[in-house]
Design a protein around this ligand. Structure first.
Ligand SMILES: [Zn+2]
Length: 218
């Protein structure tokens, strides 16, 4: 997902905001979403992850009347993303979808003047699927993506910090000074056949000897 243009691959045929009604040019209305166009029956992919709350023809008075075959996805901020006028849908209510997953095909069902995707974001999911709580979908999506990227970077940074502190510890262990007597004892043990040649890159043996010595067992 591209934060500078979340609608990459689409042509914007009608932006969010006031406009003349496409069915009655004497009427000024507020366009509650953004109209996006690809080829008719192109696959439509989700802009965010979430739970599908609705995936069928919207009933009149339900908050999705006139939206045709619509898919409504609730994101983790409890905002509702509506993909309307679909030709068909490939998901079911109750299903979880991840960002970039196909939810249906572009169409012209419901109150539509031609094949396009009406994409709408609502701040609430109830009642009536949050009808009337629409926000600018472009602004919402851009800040959502930026937040996701920031969280991902912070997660990566924290993992890197953990790795770095482990590495520092390992380096400190590797550079632990080996006392001469321990080195000599190992040399002697190998020479006399008491001990098979140990892995001298590993300091484990020296560490064991040092501990035994400290405890007075050597
Ligand atoms: Zn529209």
């Amino acid at each position: 997902m591209n934060a500078s243009n979340p609608f990459e691959g689409y042509r914007v045929s009608s932006p969010y905001g006031p406009r003349t009604n496409p069915f009655d040019h004497n009427l000024v209305e507020f366009h509650k979403g953004i109209d996006l166009v690809k080829a008719h029956r192109s696959p439509i992919f989700t802009f965010v992850s979430g739970e599908v709350l609705h995936a069928k023809l919207g009933d009149a008075g339900s908050g999705l009347g006139g939206y045709g075959i619509a898919v409504a996805v609730r994101d983790k901020n409890n905002h509702l993303h509506i993909y309307a006028h679909l030709d068909s849908t490939t998901v079911k209510a109750g299903q979880q979808v991840t960002v970039g997953q196909e939810i249906g095909k572009q169409g012209t069902t419901g109150q539509s003047t031609g094949s396009h995707l009406h994409y709408e974001v609502r701040q609430a999911c109830t009642p009536n699927f949050g009808y009337g709580t629409h926000v600018d979908p472009t602004n919402y999506l851009i800040s959502y993506i930026n937040r996701e990227e920031k969280m991902m970077l912070e997660e990566l940074q924290s993992r890197m910090n953990k790795l770095e502190s482990r590495l520092t510890k390992l380096e400190a262990q590797a550079s632990m000074p080996v006392p001469d007597w321990a080195r000599n004892a190992v040399d002697k043990a190998v020479q006399t056949g008491v001990l098979l040649e140990p892995d001298r890159a590993s300091f484990d043996l020296y560490r064991v000897l040092t501990v035994l010595n400290r405890k007075g067992l050597l």
